[in-house]
Ligand binder design. Structure first.
Ligand SMILES: *Cc1c(COP(=O)(O)O)cnc(C)c1O
Length: 351
C-alpha cells in the first residue's frame, strides 16, 4: 500500500499483524428494509472485525505501527490501559505475545469495589490472562484519578528491572496509532473504487477517537468527498472534535507534516451514548440481534452496536438523504458480547 495512492506521505515502519485488505460487503437486507424506505443510502460494511481472529478489530491496525515503533526504540514491554473489557488491551496482549514482547495492562473496573479474586474472568479479560499479560485491575475512582501516575509507576517498575517499556495511550489513539487508519482509509477508498463507487459517507464508532482521526485525516489527504462521522460511545461531541484534532496535530508535529485539520470537517454524533460507556439498552441489544439475523454479522454492545443503532435511527430521520453509498466500519468487539449475555434475553426474536 502507499504506492500509487494519493496520500503523499512516507509511512513509518509497520509490523504486519492484520490480514489486509479486509472485505467490503454490502448489507443488502438491512439496506432494503431499514434504509431505502426512508430515502437512505446503500449501506456497506468494511469488515475490520476480520483483521484477525483473536486479535481482531480496529486496534490491530494501530498496533502494527505501535509495535514497529516499540522495536525501533528498543522496548521489550508494552504498557497500556483501558476498561476491564477493553478490546484494545486484549489485542495488545495477543500482539505483544506474538511479537515476543511483554504486555502490562492497567485496567479500570466498572465499579469502585476492589478487585475480587473470586470473580471468573470473562470476554476480553479472559483472553488477556490467556495471552500471558500482566494485569493490574484498579477500582474506577482510583483509575480515573491516578492514570498518569499508574503509567509512571509501571514504567518505572520495568525500568528498574532493566526492561524498557513503551507506554501506549487509551485505545492506541495518538499521532502514532493514527497511521493505522490512514492506511485503512486508502484501503477503503480502493475497495469502493473496485466495487464501482465513491463513498459519500464513512461511519464508525468513536471511543478514544483514533479511528475517526485516521479516517478524517485520510479522506482529507486523499481529497475524497466522503464525510466521516463518528458515533460517540462515551464522551460528548465537543470532546471528540477536540480529541480528533489533537491526534491529527500530534501526527503532524511528530512527522513534520504541515497539515492542519479544519474542525468543521470533524463530525460527531453524541445522541446515542445511552446511560454511559459500556452500558447498552434494549434497542441496542435488538439491533445487534437484527444484524446477526439478517446479515450474519455480529456487532457488540459497547461500540459497533451503539454506533450502528444510531446510524439506522439517523437514516430513518432523514439525516442521510442525498447520500448514495455509505460505508460503516465494523471495528470488531465480538468478545464484548459475552460478558453482557443477560442483556440479550429478550432479543432472540427481533427482526
Ligand atoms: C476501540 C474500539 C472502537 C473505537 O475506536 P477508537 O479508535 O478508540 O475511537 C470501536 N469499536 C471497537 C470494537 C473498539 O474496540
Amino acid at each position: 500500500m502507499g504506492k500509487g495512492s494519493v496520500v503523499n506521505v512516507q509511512y513509518p515502519a509497520r509490523e504486519r499483524l492484520a490480514n489486509l485488505p479486509t472485505p467490503l460487503q454490502p448489507l443488502l437486507k438491512i439496506t432494503e428494509q431499514f434504509s431505502r424506505p426512508y430515502g437512505g443510502p446503500k449501506i456497506w460494511i468494511k469488515r475490520d472485525d476480520l483483521t484477525e481472529s483473536a486479535m481482531s478489530g480496529n486496534k490491530l491496525r494501530k498496533l502494527e505501527f505501535i509495535i514497529a515503533e516499540a522495536r525501533a526504540r528498543g522496548c521489550n514491554t508494552l504498557i497500556t490501559c483501558g476498561g476491564e473489557q477493553s478490546n484494545h488491551c486484549r489485542a495488545t496482549a495477543l500482539a505483544a505475545a506474538k511479537a515476543g514482547l511483554q504486555a502490562h495492562l492497567i485496567l479500570r473496573k466498572s465499579s469502585n469495589n476492589p478487585p475480587d479474586a473470586s470473580e471468573v474472568p470473562d470476554g476480553n479479560l479472559l483472553v488477556d490472562y490467556l495471552a500471558g499479560a500482566e494485569v493490574s485491575l484498579y477500582p474506577l475512582r482510583e483509575y480515573l484519578d491516578r492514570l498518569p501516575q499508574l503509567f509512571e509507576h509501571w514504567a518505572g517498575f520495568y525500568q528498574q528491572r532493566g526492561d524498557r517499556a513503551l507506554c501506549i495511550p487509551t485505545g492506541g489513539s495518538d499521532g502514532l496509532g493514527i497511521w493505522g487508519y490512514l492506511l485503512a482509509t486508502e484501503e477503503l477508498l480502493e475497495d469502493c473504487k473496485s466495487a464501482g463507487f465513491h463513498p459519500d459517507a464513512v461511519v464508525c464508532a468513536s471511543g478514544s477517537g483514533g479511528t475517526q482521526a485516521g479516517l478524517t485525516l485520510g479522506v482529507a489527504l486523499c481529497e475524497s468527498r466522503a464525510r466521516v462521522t463518528g458515533y460517540a460511545v462515551c464522551d460528548d461531541s465537543e470532546y471528540f472534535v477536540n480529541k480528533v484534532a489533537a491526534d491529527v496535530k500530534d501526527w503532524a508535529e511528530r512527522y513534520g507534516q504541515s497539515f492542519d485539520i479544519d474542525k468543521s470537517r470533524i463530525h460527531v454524533i453524541d445522541d446515542y451514548i445511552g446511560p454511559g460507556y459500556g452500558i447498552a439498552t434494549e434497542e441496542i441489544y435488538q439491533t445487534i440481534a437484527l444484524a446477526a439475523q439478517l446479515e450474519g454479522i455480529l456487532l457488540d454492545p459497547v461500540y459497533t452496536g451503539k454506533a450502528f443503532h444510531g446510524l439506522l435511527q439517523d437514516i430513518q430521520r432523514g439525516h442521510y438523504r442525498g447520500c448514495e453509498n455509505l460505508v460503516f466500519v465494523h471495528t470488531g468487539g465480538q468478545f464484548g458480547v459475552f460478558p453482557q449475555r443477560t442483556g440479550f434475553q429478550k432479543s432472540w426474536s427481533a427482526g
